[in-house]
Design a protein around this ligand. Sequence first.
Ligand SMILES: *[C@@H]1O[C@H](CO)[C@@H](O)[C@H](O)[C@H]1NC(C)=O
Ligand SMILES: *[C@@H]1O[C@H](CO)[C@@H](O)[C@H](O)[C@H]1NC(C)=O
Length: 539
Amino acid sequence: MKFTTAALAALGLVSSVSAVAVKKRAATDPIVVKGSKFFHKNSGEQFFMKGVAYQTDLSLVDVSELPAGQKFVDPLTDIESCKRDVPLLEALNTNLIRVYAIDTEKSQDACMKLLSDAGIYVIADLSEPGLSVNRDAPAWDHHLYERYTAVIDKLQKYDNVMGFFAGNEVTNNKSNTDASPFVKASVRDMKAYIKEKKYREIPVGYATNDDEFVRDQLADYFNCGPAEESVDFWGYNIYSWCGQSSLKISGWDKRTEEYADYNVPVFFAEYGCNEPSPRKFTEVQALYGDVMSPVFSGGIVYMYFEEANNYGLVSVDKGGKVTKLSDYTALQGQLDDITPKSVKLTSYTPTNTKARACPAQDDNWKAATNLPPKPDQPTCECLRSQLTCVPAANLAEKKYADIFGYICGQLGEGGCDGIATDGTNGIYGSYSMCDAEIRLGWALTKYYESQNSAASACDFERQARVATPTTLNSTCEKMVDAAGGTAGKALEGGSSTSSGKSSTESDKPNAGSCLTPPAGLSTLVILVASFLGMGMIML
Ligand SMILES: *[C@@H]1O[C@H](CO)[C@@H](O)[C@H](O)[C@H]1NC(C)=O
Ligand SMILES: *[C@@H]1O[C@H](CO)[C@@H](O)[C@H](O)[C@H]1NC(C)=O
């Protein structure tokens, strides 16, 4: 995005920036969690977020200028827009922005300074559109681990970073609850990473959606079991207060009761129903009022920029000129007029001390309580060095699913256990945490060797090629042994979230998520169908 300073000066925005900078503020007082509330660490005042979702609208960006494959712009790397927007956010009474995608290759320094000077905190998602747990084919692998830790490395140094979302609406209905163990494993591993690196204790949480069939189980699941594995806070994306509503009509009275005993802070990670539009934001008085403020730590309005979906507070034209919409003024007035019930850090003794029980599996909820293993790249590299058939160079990742489906079908029951990602039964292959490329190499090798290494068994229409393994060094030998040899093995969880259910052999599924070809269809038909993109086979 290109906004010239001249254009900003013309708008009078450059001078208002310096006015903000001149206003004396202490360095940002970090936010800490105690019980089910947030506090300023030094002043001891309770922290209620008056947040706004802040994510650059791609329609205003020349996407050809982005690195290949990148589908987002990190607004914290765009100093000109920060100069333009921070004064507007501050005037809105905002004390926090939510940023959905961080660019780890660029600097956030300048924007973070402007925000800090304006007393505005940042809560950031660790994923980005191209790198998150895929609800339809979930895994928690090295690739994601690297992405999430890179964001933490990048942002941990700023005092005004108040938290990280390890996921946003990954499980979003009853059809994909088996993705949640992978997300919870990411929470576990990011919390451990922050400790291991001796970073400031920045909390790690999750942002959930409001699906009536799974919302309660999700809240329980991410809170249950050992504290090292559960969320430090719970974000709730909720749009059920529309127009002139009420606690009762919106169901927010019920939500408040449900979270009254939750033992970590809860807030609205997105809110602001836009039917009818323009919005009056009458829900602000409820959220920060006497009933809700003892339970919820405020919320984040969706969202700053006007896009096609009509949720904006301001609109920005192609030239970078910003215009306040009536939603902006309405929200500003509402936020001007709130007095949430608060308590001081020193006088607060948490009463919500019990974690929730893990939800039982039923027709709606099918997530195992034991979690997949922590990604361990050295072990994966050892495995890679032993592969005899690997994906062709440049094979697009979207081609993987069909090949996995075919091979795991051919290998039959248990054949793909070494890379199984079965979040329902809690069975995870010891190599399930390797990147998709290595996992595919594992499957290709297994198939190739099952065919006595016939050249035709490592071809797949030139999507695979033969590779020469190297001799295992002693370090690798130990690691590969621990993973069950190059064949791998099914693990019953990299950690257990509770006493939890342990899977038995009898309810073990067929090769994790791998499907067997339906009876009656010949292998050739399946293969051809898959290559034509007709296969419904996913790993
Ligand atoms: C669940 O969500 C997915 C992804 O948003 C959607 O494709 C699917 O239709 C939904 N299923 C149900 C049962 O609502
Ligand atoms: C052992 O081999 C692996 C895989 O080739 C390699 O990544 C690793 O650096 C090697 N370790 C040592 C100590 O040589």
